[in-house]
Design a protein around this ligand. Sequence first.
Ligand code: G1P
Length: 293
Amino acid sequence: MTKPLRKVVFPVAGLGTRFLPATKVVAKEMLPVLDRPLIQYAVDEAVDAGADTLIFVTNRYKHAIADYFDKAYELEAKLAEKRKDELLALVQTVLPKHVRCVFVTQPEALGLGHAVLMAKPVVGNDEPFGVILPDDLIWNEGPGALRQMAKVAHDEDAGVIAVEEVPHEDTDKYGIVATDEAKGRSARIHHMVEKPKPADAPSNLAVVGRYVLPGRIFQLLEETTPGAGGEIQLTDAIDRLLKGDGKVLAHRFEGTRFDCGSKVGLVKATIHFALKDPKLAAAVHEAVAAGRA
Ligand code: G1P
């Protein structure tokens, strides 16, 4: 895609039932990995990819996300008064100055495709945009996953979807792609299907929560009827794009994905980030080794 990626959509209207009772009051995107909420990792990745407009698709229960990115005057004044400069810098840099947030609501939970469609008035039809599902936390030493994908999208003039191999018995938890032969880390998708049973899955290459999509996907989303689970699926709209003349690549990103929509994934991510933190590594390593963590 010739235009640069400037806008990234974060569908954050989900209920987070897997983390009840915490998610009675805490948005699942606000659950922390160490001291940063999941949404912060997602936003950092979008900014790293060049985004300056972040669109949160939210609902009435998710005010904490807007509050988090808002200026906290009282807290900042108190930290300044107490000369807690490091902490002050921490709360002031959750978002770089050139980045703006837009909040749109998804009044009914009708599926991921429907959530993304809610961003249409902000994104428009004629520029590529990113989608990040904050549950999928991707760590990489080098450039973030979305940045890697934005480069491929630009160089190849195509949509790009992050994929990784999953155990064959797990295909019914993911969007699954069928591709042509890979060139390097990318392969052209010719078909994709949402949550197929293992027996029906065209491969075990699963969609991970990162997409770079052309603006014209919105029209296809508008025409998409409920699919798997009775929901309007992003996968189905992309599949229709492929059935036209759409070029979409599956990209095996560099990095490690943690499924923070699950308890095990959130624990794994926490241990991973703790072991990367020089101040925590030794103590956490010792605790894990001793079976105390
Ligand atoms: C969504 C998508 C699915 C994708 C997954 C990645 O499913 O619909 O295609 O593989 O995210 O996390 P969900 O996990 O919201 O059911």
